[in-house]
Design a protein around this ligand. Structure first.
Ligand code: SF4
Ligand code: SF4
Length: 682
């Protein structure tokens, strides 16, 4: 085919590719380091499951399947493509065992033909999807058509080249030469023979297809780093370098080292930039994102693009940092901020970072496992701790937590007043107990949630559990402060709680005790975040405990609750901690209760709008998230929305009132419904 020409093509294309990649990857080395090279076994497992196994793609079955077709084609056809380049140097080039007549020749080319045809089906589907179906999540761009055309072109030129070779190798030049191991190439050969082309024309066609194929490959490869299809190169490594800590755990800031989060590009880690390179712009992150769905200025997809372009625009300045020593601080000083506010310009609007409820949908949906919540919180952290730039409502919350240990700023010494008359023992009283009931701020101070606390006490008593509470020794876990960016306040509160909990239920207790949390936010923080401060506790959410007690017949619901009920998944219980079934199992045990599912349930559950500290902030832009959810709940025909989180209860109840459904729809915690079905203890 011309060794000189193919060598020239490879050298020019390779040089251009290396030049592009050098800048793209060079940026990674000037950003903050982060160890994503540990736990190789788990990483390989993730690569097999989410990368090669494409597990998340089938969550949206049809496009997912079509993407898998194309992905498979890339995997299988890669060998063939290298072979094509090799043929440029020698007509006899082939990989071991893949030469004509060798052991794997037939099976490989059969696989190649099948995946090439499937890839063509996939390309046709995606063009149809963009032109006709036009799903909301898909970004309209010429790039997608260009790449789809390229992929289809690669398949067609490969099969046609092969078809001309098949015909020319056959003395009869008839369809009888069809090779059963190469059905697609043979079908193309049949088509060509019916056209009666001369040997010279077939030779020219084959040559054209050959050069079209190898040229497309080098153009394709060089184009990738410039657009969203960079994910073809970075997607699998991004999956390999995934976060291995729980999604509900935020990075602990080293405040003594003056780590106050993310202000500028240089505060991002290499992985955070790599994430943006890997975004496929598929928009899966948007479908159940409460901010996107209700019209707020934040989507995971767009934030990736914004951050990526911000850094790429700064490439010359950032690359200067690589060799800088003495003037490094000055160079960083000259960089623009990421977030725009009253004090300075920036690429990201302030409303964007405050819109997120940290519900975790986007991360659950993302096929290449891009991490969104940590970087948003890191930007909030800098805004709060370094610039005091946060929504005014947050100031009251911080103050309340600082001075009284609860976001309402109510007198902390009255924390156990909800239990008046119930004779609930305090852990400090010295009696033995098996369970430490972590009541939480809402369960202690919010009048509606106090009823849930009391219902739980009724259930614990019926089950004969030995339990105790901390009373005034308990203070806010710090979750709202942490997710609103006030890491300093979080660490102060959390440290105090870790000491207390260690004394009663952890390392310093006479024996380990299970800690019952009625709030999923407390549950998540105690379980996933306190280990960063030396607190290791055995957590159980109250709905998990209820499911256990019901399963073990420690409590037996006898009284009917003849209602249609829909269960609203809490993000911090469900998506972040995988507790989807326990609340449903508990509800299912209640006589005559009929459970109806909302369309967005379990992993796809739709946030109530309260997470990420948004419970305490005004919602000024777009539709209210809670109203969106209540509309969905009402559409099931249910008369009760069951919840498992105090924040959800508040938001859903507000949504019910705001949408004028207070007569039609009631809101109860799962515990209240279970308690209703129990005969009262003597
Ligand atoms: S962030 Fe993930 S889910 Fe969202 S568009 Fe990018 S690749 Fe798709
Ligand atoms: S965490 Fe939830 S609210 Fe925040 S961007 Fe992702 S899906 Fe949207």
């Amino acid at each position: 085919m011309g060794p000189i020409a193919i060598s020239a093509l490879l050298v020019i294309a390779g040089a251009f590719f290396l030049w592009t990649i050098r800048t793209r990857f060079g940026l990674l080395f000037v950003l903050k380091s982060e160890n994503r090279f540990d736990q190789v076994g788990r990483r390989v497992g993730a690569l097999l499951e989410f990368g090669l196994g494409q597990r998340r793609m089938i969550d949206d079955p049809l496009p997912g399947l079509m993407h898998i077709f194309i992905f498979l084609a890339f995997m299988v056809v890669a060998l063939r493509t290298v072979t094509m380049f090799g043929l440029g140097f020698s007509k006899a080039f082939h990989f071991p065992l893949l030469g004509p007549g060798e052991a794997l020749f037939g099976p490989y080319y059969l696989a190649r033909d099948i995946v090439a045809v499937l890839a063509l089906v996939g390309c046709a589907y995606f063009v149809f999807n963009r032109l006709v179906l036009k799903p909301d999540r898909v970004t309209r761009s010429w790039e997608a058509y260009f790449i789809l055309g390229m992929i289809a072109g690669l398949m067609v030129t490969d099969l046609t080249f092969e078809a001309t070779e098949l015909i020319l190798a056959s003395p009869a030049r008839s369809p009888a030469l069809l090779d059963p191991w190469r059905p697609a190439a043979s079908a193309v050969a049949s088509l060509l023979t019916t056209m009666g082309l001369s040997a010279a024309t077939l030779g020219a066609l084959g040559l054209f297809c050959y050069w079209a194929h190898v040229t497309q490959i080098v153009v394709f490869g060089n184009f990738l780093p410039y657009g969203k299809h960079f994910h073809i190169i970075t997607g699998l490594p991004n999956v390999y370098f995934k976060r291995l800590t729980p999604s509900g755990q935020l990075r602990k800031l080293d405040l003594e080292a003056e780590d106050f989060g993310v202000a500028k590009a240089t505060d991002l880690s290499w992985k955070q930039l790599f994430d943006t390179y890997s975004c496929t712009e598929c928009g899966r992150c948007e479908t159940n994102c409460p901010t996107y769905v209700t019209g707020k200025p934040l989507t995971h997809k767009e934030l990736n693009q914004t951050i990526k372009h911000h850094l790429l625009d700064l490439t010359p300045s950032l690359l200067q940092l690589a060799g800088a020593k003495d003037n490094r601080a000055k160079l960083i000083d000259g960089l623009p901020h990421l977030v725009k506010n009253n004090e300075h310009d920036g690429a990201i609007a302030e409303d964007t970072i405050w819109a997120c409820t940290t519900c975790g949908w986007c991360e659950t949906a993302c096929p290449v496992l891009i991490e969104n919540v940590p970087r948003i919180i890191d930007m909030r952290r800098y805004a709060v701790m370094a610039e005091s730039a946060f929504p005014p409502e947050a100031a009251r919350v911080f103050k309340g937590m600082e001075t009284h240990g609860n976001p309402w700023g109510l007198d902390g010494t009255t924390r156990a007043d909800w239990a008046a008359g119930l004779n609930v023992p305090l852990a400090s009283a010295g009696e033995d107990y098996d369970y430490l009931f972590w009541v939480g701020c809402a369960g202690s101070f919010d009048d509606r949630q106090k009823k849930v606390s009391r219902a739980l006490v009724q259930i614990f008593r019926t089950a004969g559990l030995k339990f105790a509470i901390l009373g005034a020794e308990e203070t806010c876990t710090g979750d709202p402060a942490r997710r609103l960016g006030n890491e300093y306040l979080y660490q102060t509160l959390a440290q105090a709680n870790v000491e207390t909990l260690n004394k009663y239920a952890g390392a310093a207790a006479p024996r380990k005790r299970r800690v019952i949390a009625q709030c999923p936010h407390c549950f998540n923080t105690l379980k996933n975040e306190y280990p960063q401060l030396g607190g290791h506790f055995e957590l159980v959410h109250h709905t998990q405990l209820l499911a256990e007690l019901l399963h073990d017949a420690k409590i037996t619901p006898k009284l009917s609750v003849e209602e249609q009920v829909t269960y609203h998944d809490s993000c911090y219980l469900g998506r972040h901690n995988g507790v989807f079934e326990a609340p449903r199992e508990a509800l299912a045990k209640i006589p005559k209760l009929k459970l109806l599912e909302m369309p967005r349930n379990r992993k796809e559950g739709f946030c109530c709008g309260a997470g990420g500290g948004r419970m305490w902030l005004e919602e000024r832009i777009g539709q209210r998230v809670n109203q969106n959810r209540v509309n969905e709940a009402a559409a099931t025909g249910a008369k009760i929305v069951a919840t498992a989180c105090p924040f959800c209860t508040t938001m859903i109840r507000d949504g019910v009132n705001e949408t004028g459904r207070s007569e039609a729809l009631a809101v109860f915690d799962v515990a209240e419904l279970v308690a209703r079905s129990l005969e009262k203890p003597a």
